[in-house]
Design a protein around this ligand. Structure first.
Ligand code: HEC
Ligand code: HEC
Ligand code: HEC
Length: 274
């Protein structure tokens, strides 16, 4: 009797054990069952997915390294507006969705920077300039000095900036193109060099501003922005090039500075002012 009891409990714990193991959803299997028909078994879109209207299914490999868990989870849970991407919360429970999101995040993507460069010329250069420095007069940002991370660049390209000329590109371009362009733009990044900036400062600025802390922001901006640390690189660049001091003898020296020179000086100012 006691023996059967032991065998029974042993059996029961075995059953409970296997039940528990199979309770952990298998993201890969769930993806194959629920998503692969449109997104392809490897996540790079099926032939059927490419034909969907009004928007084709999207390459999930090309967003996996750049788009965060929250955004992917939100799209999978709630779907997207007026598309064949339906809200999965009616089909899958939150644990299953989490397992699928985890699985998608394991996808890798090898960016094609040459394609990114080509597409940048076609789609972005009209505003940002061929070199990304945005001297085109439409208020586009200089991407060479952008402080955005690669992920934030992808986000900006996908969704744009509301109320500006920077419109969302998500339905205009494929995820692969967006990833390629973002990686190309990221490769243009140039941080300022504070050491070089220090030398330029000594030569061009020191005669009037003994140290960076002696620089006073003036005019309307000064009401809210009193210190150099309160002002963005973009604004500082404008102040250095076009601020009050260009009316003084400083003008000639300042006119000679290239964009990179000014960026180097800004780095120096940031390191050496309160
Ligand atoms: C019936 C086809 C179909 C199925 C099934 C489907 N999707 Fe989609 N999915 C789409 C389409 C179409 C889009 C593009 C929607 C848009 O552009 O607004 C999309 C977009 C997405 C996006 C956003 C991609 C981006 O770049 O913004 C994610 C993430 C996604 N799907 C994940 C999934 C997951 C995970 C599943 C399975 C649980 C799934 N999809 C099932 C058709 C499908
Ligand atoms: C019609 C003009 C226009 C086109 C075309 C355009 N942009 Fe922009 N872009 C802008 C403007 C204007 C801003 C500044 C938005 C703001 O004030 O926040 C901007 C901002 C950005 C930013 C944010 C930079 C930062 O540091 O905040 C990125 C990144 C960017 N664009 C990338 C691109 C890429 C990549 C393309 C091509 C796929 C592109 N843009 C096409 C006008 C454009
Ligand atoms: C010939 C003198 C002179 C030179 C050279 C000069 N500045 Fe100035 N700068 C001024 C004066 C005067 C002001 C007005 C504010 C004040 O009285 O401090 C000013 C203001 C500024 C401001 C604030 C601008 C504004 O509109 O709020 C910045 C930033 C600045 N200078 C940076 C620099 C940098 C960087 C250099 C070197 C590249 C430089 N200045 C060279 C005289 C000069």
């Amino acid at each position: 009797m006691l023996k059967t009891f032991f065998i029974l409990t042993a059996l029961m714990s075995l059953v409970a054990g296997t039940a528990q193991a199979s309770n952990l959803p298998d993201g890969k299997a769930l993806f194959s069952k629920n998503c692969a028909i449109c997104h392809g078994i490897d996540g790079s879109v099926s032939d059927y997915g490419k034909t969907l209207e009004p928007f084709p299914a999207r390459n999930l490999r090309a967003i996996a390294p750049y788009v965060g868990y929250d955004e992917i989870r939100r799209i999978v849970t709630h779907g997207t507006h007026k598309s064949k991407m339906k809200a999965m919360k009616y089909v899958l429970d939150p644990l299953e969705i989490e397992a699928i999101v985890d699985y998608i995040k394991t996808f890798s993507y090898k960016p094609n920077v040459a394609n990114g460069k080509q597409r940048f010329k076609e789609v972005c250069a009209s505003c940002h300039g061929n070199d990304g420095r945005a001297q085109t007069g439409v208020g586009a940002k200089n991407l060479v000095y952008s402080k955005l991370s690669l992920e934030e660049k992808v986000h900006t390209i996908r969704y744009g900036r509301s109320g500006t000329l920077m419109t969302a590109k998500r339905h205009q371009m494929s995820n692969a193109d967006i990833a390629d362009i973002a990686n190309y733009v990221d490769s243009l990044k140039r941080g300022g060099n504070a050491k070089v900036g220090g030398k330029l400062y000594a030569r061009n600025c020191k005669s009037c501003h003994a140290t960076p802390s002696d620089i006073h922001i003036i005019g309307n901006v000064a009401v809210r922005h009193k210190k150099i640390s309160d002002i963005s690189d973009h604004m500082l660049d404008l102040r250095i090039r076009h601020g009050r001091h260009v009316d003084r003898e400083g003008r000639k020296a300042i006119k000679k500075l290239s964009s990179d020179d000014v960026q180097d000086i800004i780095s120096y100012l940031r390191k050496n002012s309160k």
